[in-house]
Design a protein around this ligand. Structure first.
Ligand SMILES: *Cc1c(COP(=O)(O)O)cnc(C)c1O
Length: 387
């Protein structure tokens, strides 16, 4: 039975394969089966995953606390480092408090159902951008709230839909940077609409943290200050697993929201705490980011160089505004072939297909670790392939 289904996926060019790497020295290089590629697929935007002071911090924490954490936070799994990271994340995001989750996926599938639909009889309504990340979609599915999907970044559509739900508790959820398109949600308009309709804004800043607003994230980028509730009801989710080069995630918000999550978010309550080594790495990464924005500047310089080159070659890069640059090359088969050709030229940039996206594309992410030569090599290969 499964073999027939798998064969169907194969026929439709939809079969996915795991592609594990060998030892890797930097973010910009990847070794697979002994061959070396320039890696344009990593979300480690600042190259922090292999930063020596971060890996050292993790090693020291293993020596001090051991490896596994042994229990959930509500039992005995937490360490003083967990609390320290939460205070740092809250300060970094300008909120009263923060809570660490084991991953971004866990944060969304746990926090969304506990924020929306968890209080019986309130008739909560979630408004979700149609291109939101799968973990948000799953969080919405687990929530007992009513779900309303608005067109991608379309604030007049959102406005129209939100007016129909007067009197209900409302939560608007959006990615800040859309992970497959590289465009940015219009947060200023969204937060104005939410203020007008007394709705909660829940942002997923997985690709904004460390990238936008000098690394502080999407709110900083738009100059939105998280005011105390109930003036502005903003809940910020973000991850340590992308630009911060570590692992895990956080929700930063008002103290009451965080306490509510501690009491109701199932992925927080019923899962073993992250190991201290990972927490120590995230602490060090946040410190590096707060001390110096040189890596963020390098990231954006690289992004400008690459985007300019790709556009000069005549590719459709959709509405990319960030280091995530999709390039549209054709149907599914063409996109897969294109990705294979890139691999032949030692460039690693995978094809992204349905159901992750509607329109197949090559998704390129550029990082602070790429050199100008790496970027020029990619541009050279792109121009050769299209000739
Ligand atoms: C990657 C991602 C997540 C999941 O984060 P993990 O830490 O990888 O589980 C959630 N939301 C968005 C928008 C993402 O891109």
């Amino acid at each position: 039975m499964f073999s027939d289904e798998l064969e169907r996926l194969r026929q439709e060019n939809l079969l996915r394969r795991v592609c594990d790497r060998d030892l890797e020295a930097t973010t910009a290089r990847i070794l697979i089966n002994g061959a070396e590629y320039i890696n344009f697929s990593s979300n480690d935007y600042l190259g922090l995953a292999s930063h020596p002071s971060i890996t050292e911090a993790a090693k020291r924490a293993i020596d001090g606390y051991g490896l596994g954490s042994g229990a959930s936070r509500l039992l005995s799994g937490g360490t003083e480092l967990h609390g320290k990271l939460e205070r740092m994340a809250a300060e970094f995001k300008g909120t009263e408090a923060a809570l660490v989750f084991n991953s971004g996926y866990t944060a969304n599938i746990s926090a969304i159902p506990s924020i929306a639909g968890a209080i019986a009889g309130k008739g909560d309504v979630i408004f979700s951008d149609e291109f939101n990340h799968a973990s948000i979609i799953d969080g919405c599915r687990l929530s007992k709230a009513k779900k309303v999907i608005y067109r991608h970044r379309d604030t007049s559509h959102l406005s129209e839909l939100i007016k129909k739900e007067e009197g209900k508790r409302k939560i608007v959820i959006t990615d800040t940077v859309f992970s497959m398109d590289g465009d940015i949600a219009p947060l200023k308009e969204i937060s104005d609409i939410c203020r007008e309709h007394n709705a909660i804004v829940y942002i997923d800043d997985a690709h904004g943290t460390g990238v936008l607003g000098d690394g502080r994230g999407a709110l900083e980028h738009f100059g939105i200050k998280p005011e105390p509730w109930p003036n502005a009801q903003i809940i910020q989710m973000g991850t340590f697993s992308k630009a911060l080069g570590s692992y895990g995630a956080y929700i930063a918000a008002d103290r009451d929201v965080i306490e509510w999550l501690i009491n109701t978010a199932r992925g927080f309550i019923y899962s073993t705490a992250l190991p201290a080594s990972i927490i120590a790495a995230s602490i060090e990464a946040l410190q590096i980011l707060q001390k110096d924005t040189i890596l963020v500047k390098k990231l954006w310089q690289n992004r400008e160089r690459l985007l300019k080159g790709i556009r000069e070659l005549g590719f459709d890069t959709m509405n990319s505004e960030t280091p995530i640059i999709p390039i549209i090359v054709g149907d599914m088969e063409t996109t897969l072939k294109f990705s294979e050709l890139l691999t032949k030229h030692n460039i690693y940039a995978p094809a992204i297909r349905p159901p992750t996206v509607k329109i197949p594309r090559i998704r390129i992410t550029v990082t602070a670790s790429h050199t100008e030569e790496d970027i020029d090599k990619l541009l050279d290969v792109l121009s050769k392939i299209t000739q």
